[in-house]
Design a protein around this ligand. Structure first.
Ligand code: RNT
Ligand code: ZN
Length: 428
């Protein structure tokens, strides 16, 4: 166990060091406690959901690993989410996918209603958290030849349009019931493995489908739609209908939100450079914080350079209030609850480090073309004692400090996760 007196001593010293450069650690901790992360429910059960047991995962996304303790029921998944939330400082949100509906009779994606999510709303009320939404446009027989909303087949499009409309009614219900806006994220897997002849028409079909979905007006206090592009996916390497430019333009022209998934770009692209180019035109941003590794876009988020660049841009350019930060990755080679905690805590640490900087002073140096000062200062800042402030932040938010949260996980595995009968699991 990390000793309280050591946390406090280190924090007092850190507070002084930051005060010397004009940074108020108390104010920064307050600022950090206001940033909500949206935890992605699908990390807990390898994106299976509850609507279609045994359904194969499609859409070019894949989960590898078979660490014991996967959640198989709504109670197991919500219990695991509760465990994760209790080990992450602050108050957060959870993002659901349509396939996580809890229904008494079998229902298809074009039949879902708000009441099919009552289970989650009741749970969210207990947890005092908000819910975000995602339509599920994959892992379903009506994804035909990698096409959904942009399919040339009208009956396929109509099925998915209806699903999109239903997802909006559900997100609106989340907002109404929980008193905070529910972001409804749209990602579709449509595209071609090999070079298409016609790159234009599928995009026009997608616009038409999306326009039909968003036709009905909902109060934005309750819900707003976000649209997520991708460079490519496995199986659609040559052409993605919903590319980044497509959705950025779509979101701007329709007064909606653009989603940037940090794993969806070419590896040398700096995602953090995109926010300030978008915000003068766009209403808001949804982030899927993820970590690309070679061809995979969904490794567990860690405190790496790409993440630090993202949080620095959000903080320095004052974009946090217009940005919804969600997590999106899946790893079944490690404890799935720990995966949530590692990614969430890494994101918060990166935000904290970005906030612990004399930003106004740095901006002045830049305005004065004092690039020497700017570079020297930003380099020194990297080894300032932000870890001591992070520990204090955990302490005052009543979550374990340092690695202590792993004791909770080891206990939770023993008491809960390892007792689950994996023989009955749909992943076997
Ligand atoms: C896929 C997108 C999408 C999914 C989730 C499960 O490439 O990133 O956000 O990961 O909807
Ligand atoms: Zn994503």
């Amino acid at each position: 166990m990390v000793k309280t007196e050591n946390i406090d001593k280190a924090y007092e010293a850190a507070k002084q060091r930051y005060a010397e450069i004009g940074v108020d650690t108390e104010a920064v901790m307050k600022q950090l406690s206001k940033v909500k992360l949206s935890l992605h429910c699908w990390q807990g059960d390898d994106i299976h959901g509850f609507l279609f047991p045994g359904q194969e995962l499609t859409g070019g996304i894949g989960v590898s690993g078979n660490y014991p303790g996967i959640a198989r029921t709504p109670d197991e998944l919500s219990g695991d989410l509760h465990e994760a939330l209790s080990l992450i400082p602050g108050n957060h949100k959870v993002q659901l996918h349509a396939i996580y509906a809890v229904t008494d009779k079998k229902k298809d994606l074009d039949e879902l209603e708000p009441e099919d999510f009552k289970y989650w709303v009741d749970w969210a009320k207990q947890e005092k958290i908000g819910l975000d939404m995602n339509g599920t446009f994959f892992s379903h027989p009506k994804v035909v030849d990698n096409f959904t909303l942009a399919s040339p087949d009208k009956s396929i499009r109509d099925f998915w349009i209806e699903h999109g409309k239903r997802s909006r009614a559900i997100a609106n219900y989340f907002g109404e019931e929980l008193g905070q806006q529910s972001v409804n994220n749209f990602w579709i897997p449509d595209g071609f493995k090999d070079n298409p002849i016609d790159k234009a028409t599928p995009r026009l079909r997608l616009i038409d489908s999306l326009d039909q979905i968003i036709d009905k007006k909902y109060d934005e206090k309750n819900t707003i739609e976000a649209f997520e592009g991708k460079l490519f996916g496995t199986g659609i390497e040559s052409y993605t209908v919903g590319s980044h430019e497509f959705y950025q333009n779509y979101a701007i022209s329709r007064g909606k939100i653009w989603t940037i998934d940090a794993g969806h770009f070419h590896p040398t692209e700096d995602v953090s450079d995109k926010f300030s180019a978008y915000f003068p035109f766009g209403k808001g941003l949804m982030l899927h914080v993820s970590r690309p590794v070679r061809w995979d876009s969904d490794h567990v988020v860690i405190f790496d350079d790409a993440l630090i660049r993202i949080t620095r841009s959000l903080v320095r350019d004052n974009e946090l209030s217009k940005t919804n930060i969600g997590l999106d990755y899946f790893d079944a080679t490690i404890n799935r609850v720990a995966a949530w905690i590692i990614g969430a805590r890494a994101t918060q640490k990166a935000l904290l480090q970005a906030m612990l900087a004399p930003i106004d002073q740095l901006k002045k140096d830049e305005l004065n073309f004092d690039f020497t000062q700017r570079l020297a200062e930003t380099e020194e800042l990297k080894s300032y004692p932000f870890g001591a402030v992070w520990d204090k932040f955990c302490e005052i938010n009543n979550v374990p400090v340092g690695l202590d949260w792993m004791n909770n996980i080891r206990q939770y595995e023993k008491d809960v996760q390892f007792k689950r009968d994996t023989k009955n699991s749909v992943t076997v």
